[in-house]
Design a protein around this ligand. Structure first.
Ligand code: APR
Length: 279
């Protein structure tokens, strides 16, 4: 799809329908900040003599068996996120929220916190897979920031000392990273499940940035928007592996994908959204 077509879709859908323009972001929006995607070769993690695949480690089952190792992996990944900075695509979305808050809603699968660091607010940013800067009690609690005493840099494959592990308690109880694991289900209190589905039922348009569409809630969001006959625009350098592009093909006969990086297209689309009339 050409950028001109995307801008026209924004104008038409945005002016005909009063709902928010919903942005759904995935790992691709942070790629230009230097955060490697989860599924690439760099995602593997060594424990003893064994290499673990991220999808094995990002589970409650793995945490139960080896909490120290799972925490070390998250602390390493967090230090990569902390060293990264928001890029022009994140900044464009933060500027858009402050210019046109009534038409703005952001659903992100990223746990890196870069949207919030760029200036988006929690009120309009649903972190549907959590945030790596936070932890919560295993028995259940509101998320709290990781203790500062742990520090922000963490070497690959380093285990926690007992003293560090003790720091990861909250109100005397063990904690876990505030993320959604593969053997867990979405809920409203931690991951804004119902709010995301409500957004799907109100959206004038959905714009998906840098996500392959392999997780449940984001796919449900897109399906519901398309079922209401509202358009979806995809930004991704790849089309063939992208489930959202394929959904568009199935529903409207075109993948409606801007093939390129988030930094190229998000600012232009955000400008078009900012020029829509307010609700
Ligand atoms: N701009 C936009 N998109 C990009 C860029 C870029 N500069 N670089 C890469 N991409 C695209 C890739 O082509 C790919 O389609 O971003 C997409 C990233 O896909 P995934 O790595 O599968 O990320 P995501 O869809 O966010 O993963 C979903 O699964 O890994 C778990 O819980 C984790 O939240 C994550 C979820």
């Amino acid at each position: 799809m050409e950028i001109a077509q995307a801008l026209e879709l924004i104008q038409t859908a945005g002016n005909e329908h009063p709902g928010p323009i919903v942005w759904l972001t995935g790992a691709g929006i942070s790629a230009e900040s230097g955060i490697p995607t989860f599924r690439g070769a760099q995602g593997y993690w060594r424990v003893g003599s064994r290499n673990y695949h991220p999808q094995e480690l990002a589970t409650f089952a793995a945490y139960t068996q080896m909490p120290n190792e799972v925490w070390s992996w998250y602390l390493y990944r967090r230090s990569v996120c902390r060293a990264a900075a928001a890029n022009p695509a994140h900044h464009a979305l933060a500027a858009l929220e402050s210019e046109a808050p009534d038409r703005f809603l952001l659903v992100t699968q990223n746990v890196d916190g870069l949207h919030l660091r760029a200036g988006n607010t929690l009120a309009r940013t649903y972190q549907v897979h959590g945030n790596i800067d936070y932890m919560r009690k295993v028995s259940g609690s509101a998320p709290v920031p990781l203790p500062e005493a742990l520090g922000e840099t963490w070497a690959r494959e380093r285990s926690l000392t007992e003293a560090e592990f003790e720091l990861l308690r909250h109100e005397g109880e063990p904690t876990r990273p505030h993320v959604l694991w593969f053997d867990e289900t979405y809920d409203e209190i931690n991951f804004r499940f119902d709010s995301t589905l409500r957004a799907a039922d109100e959206a004038a348009l959905l714009i998906v940035v840098g996500s392959t569409g392999q997780t449940n809630l984001p796919v449900q969001l897109a399906r519901r928007v398309l079922a209401r006959d509202r358009p979806m625009i995809v930004i991704d350098p790849e089309v063939d592996e992208n489930a959202f592009a394929q959904m568009n093909e199935a529903v409207c006969g075109a993948h409606r994908t801007l093939r390129g990086g988030a930094g190229t297209f998000v600012p232009a689309l955000a400008d078009a959204v900012a020029s829509l009339s307010p609700r």
